[in-house]
Design a protein around this ligand. Structure first.
Ligand SMILES: *C/C=C(C)/C=C/C=C(C)/C=C/C1=C(C)CCCC1(C)C
Length: 253
C-alpha cells in the first residue's frame, strides 16, 4: 500500500501540476521567463525523485526526505504562478516569491532539527530559534522590497535574522549537537546544509543589495539571480540530504 502510494502521488503531481495555471505567452528572447519555466519543471521532477527515493532509506531519514519533497512541491506551485506574473506583466512577482519563501525557508530550517533528531537527543529550542531567525529575515526583506519601510532598514533587519541563523548552526547549540552526535551521515548532511545557508543564501541579500540599494540591477537581473539561487538552495539542499540519507542507510544496513 505504501509503496503504491509513493508511486501514485508523484504521478498525479506530474500530470496535474502544469495545468494548475494558465501558461502565458513565453517569448523566445525572454531569458528570465525561460528560467522560471525550467525551474518550475525541475521542482516537479525533484519532488517526484525525493518521494520515490524515500522508499530506499532507513526509516529515521524518511521525514527529512518528506520535508525536502514538500519544499520542492511548494516551490513548484509558486514557480508556475510566478512565471505567469513575469510573462504577463514583466514585473517582479514579489508577493508570490515571499509567500513561497515564508513556507519553504522554515521547512528548510526544520531540516537541521530533523537531521540531529534522527541521531541524537535535541532540544526544541533549536527549532524555535531557527524559526524566529527565519521570520525576522523574511519579514524585514518583504517590508523593504514592498516599500513599506525603507529598503535600507529592511536590509538591516533581514541581515540580522540571517546572521542569527548562521550563529546557531555554526557556533550555537545546533552546531555543538552536530559535533557530538557521533553519526558521520548526520554530520555530513548538517555540514553540507549549513554551507548552503552560508554561501547559497548569500546570493539573495546580494541581489537585494544590487537591486534595491545600489540600483545596479533591474527586475530581470534580480529575478534571474533569485531563480538560480532557489535552484541551488532548494534542489541542491535536498540532494545533499538525500546523499547523506542513502550513505548512512547503506552503512547501517
Ligand atoms: C527557497 C528559498 C530560500 C532558501 C530563500 C532564502 C532567502 C534569503 C536567505 C533572503 C535573505 C535576505 C537577507 C539576508 C537580507 C535582505 C533581505 C532578504 C530577505 C533578501
Amino acid at each position: 500500500m505504501r509503496g503504491l502510494l509513493s508511486r501514485v502521488i508523484p504521478a498525479v503531481l506530474v500530470f496535474t501540476m502544469p495545468s494548475l495555471v494558465f501558461a502565458g505567452d513565453l517569448a523566445a528572447n525572454d531569458y528570465v521567463g525561460v528560467t522560471f519555466w525550467i525551474i518550475s519543471i525541475a521542482m516537479v521532477a525533484s519532488t517526484v525523485f525525493f518521494l520515490v527515493e524515500r522508499d530506499r532509506v532507513n526509516p529515521k531519514w524518511k521525514t527529512s526526505l518528506t520535508v525536502t519533497a514538500l519544499v520542492t512541491l511548494i516551490a513548484a506551485v509558486h514557480y508556475f504562478y510566478m512565471r505567469d506574473v513575469w510573462v504577463a506583466t514583466g514585473d517582479s512577482p514579489t508577493v508570490f516569491r515571499y509567500i513561497d519563501w515564508l513556507l519553504t525557508v522554515p521547512l528548510l530550517m526544520i531540516e537541521f532539527y530533523f537531521i540531529l533528531a534522527a541521531v541524537t537527543a535535541v532540544s526544541v529550542g533549536i527549532f524555535w530559534r531557527l524559526l524566529i531567525g527565519t521570520l525576522v529575515m523574511l519579514v524585514g526583506g518583504y517590508l523593504g522590497e514592498a516599500g513599506i519601510i525603507s529598503a535600507m532598514l529592511g536590509f538591516i533587519i533581514g541581515m540580522a535574522g540571517w546572521i542569527y541563523i548562521l550563529y546557531e548552526i555554526f557556533a550555537g547549540e545546533a552546531a555543538q549537537k552536530s559535533e557530538s552526535c557521533g553519526s558521520a551521515g548526520a554530520q555530513m548532511a548538517f555540514n553540507a546544509c549549513r554551507t548552503i545557508v552560508l554561501v547559497g543564501w548569500a546570493i539573495y541579500p546580494l541581489g537585494y543589495l544590487l537591486g534595491y540599494l545600489m540600483g545596479a540591477a533591474d527586475a530581470a537581473s534580480l529575478n534571474l539571480v533569485y531563480n538560480l539561487a532557489d535552484f541551488v538552495n532548494k534542489i541542491g539542499f535536498g540532494i545533499f540530504i538525500w546523499a547523506a540519507a542513502v550513505t548512512d542507510s547503506e552503512e547501517s544496513a
